[in-house]
Ligand binder design. Sequence first.
Ligand code: ZN
Ligand code: ZN
Length: 413
Amino acid sequence: MRIIILVGDGMGDRPLKALGGKTPLEEASTPNMDEVAKHGICGIMDPIAPGVRPGSAPSHLAILGYDPYKYYTGRGPFEAAGMGIRMEPTDVAFRCNFATINEEMFIVDRRAGRDTEGLDKLAAPLNGLRFNSAPRIQVEFKNATAHRAVLILRGQGLSSNVSDTDPEKINVPPLESRPLDDAPASALTAQIVNEFVQASNDILNTHEVNRNRVAAGRMPANYILVRGAGHPPKMHTLMEMYGFNSSACIAEVSLVKGVAFYAGMEIIDVPGSTAGLDSDIRAIGREALEALPNNELVLVNVKGSDVAGHDGNIEGKIEIIERIDEMVGDIWEEVNKEETYVVLTADHSTPIEVKDHSGDPVPLAIAGPMVRVDEVTSFNERSVAKGGLGRIRGVDLMPILIDLVGIAKKFGA
Ligand code: ZN
Ligand code: ZN
């Protein structure tokens, strides 16, 4: 038996006046998702708990059966793992932004104008910096997608209990990192972060890439904003928890890939997947179908629906949902329905009106050989609420699936 979980990132939404009170998922034409709902058992799912606004990483942890409150240790270690950076338990990772700061040390743009020119060259001299105050601590710095980067502090005596330097707004100075408890390790870590930020600012200001950017009238990427400190989580793999021999994940962003890495999944990269509205979503579906014979669980995350939600882009969200629907159709048509459970859901809602994640529950459908098919015939936030699964939490999903595929352990005699 096999399981394929298809996650439309941030696909859930709220009723929109512009759509006559419908959600984008209700407005979009989704014959294939409706087909899955028709052959499945449906319900709504609170990714974390009712009213909790989930980040993508905690939500994917929950969907894979991990208590997010226990295993979500911060954004940094998940981003880093998703970029292929291997960490020791004592390392601390941070998620960073290349930003633009002016001479008065005020933040002009938190993403350096989303101008990625030369960021790899700018990252290079920051990697391997050492500080006299902590000569044994190694610094690893790597640029990631777009304006993003990760910072790893490596060595003994570090703590993740330090504050962010990113104020998450512009026209203000960046913050200093501060220790959040009295431990010497926290004081040391905050100090190293501040020294790194200072040293990197000096290097970036005079770097040739930035001189050229300024000469061309573009924003210099002359400052590193640091946030999301965390140690890598200590997680059992899906193999250890459920006895899967192998599992795989296709995701478009490193944050979700990082969750899959700690869960022991193989991470498959798909050419043409961009994490944006232009992503080749059908290529993602084809890779997922190819991975299915060799894996008992395949998790797929398509990012564009979240991006459209953050941008408040109604048309974009409807269009990407319809393209996800095509992928669902390709998969539904191809899979062996006698031995495959197809799961359709979202990791959270990113409502157009909110432009950020909300605490609304997300739609869920599970189709497969042994499910108690219910009366639901369309897949959207409202229709599935009448389904046989009722309302569950994200961490309930894997136990339900594990029971359906027949490998759940019995509780008691
Ligand atoms: Zn998400
Ligand atoms: Zn989002």
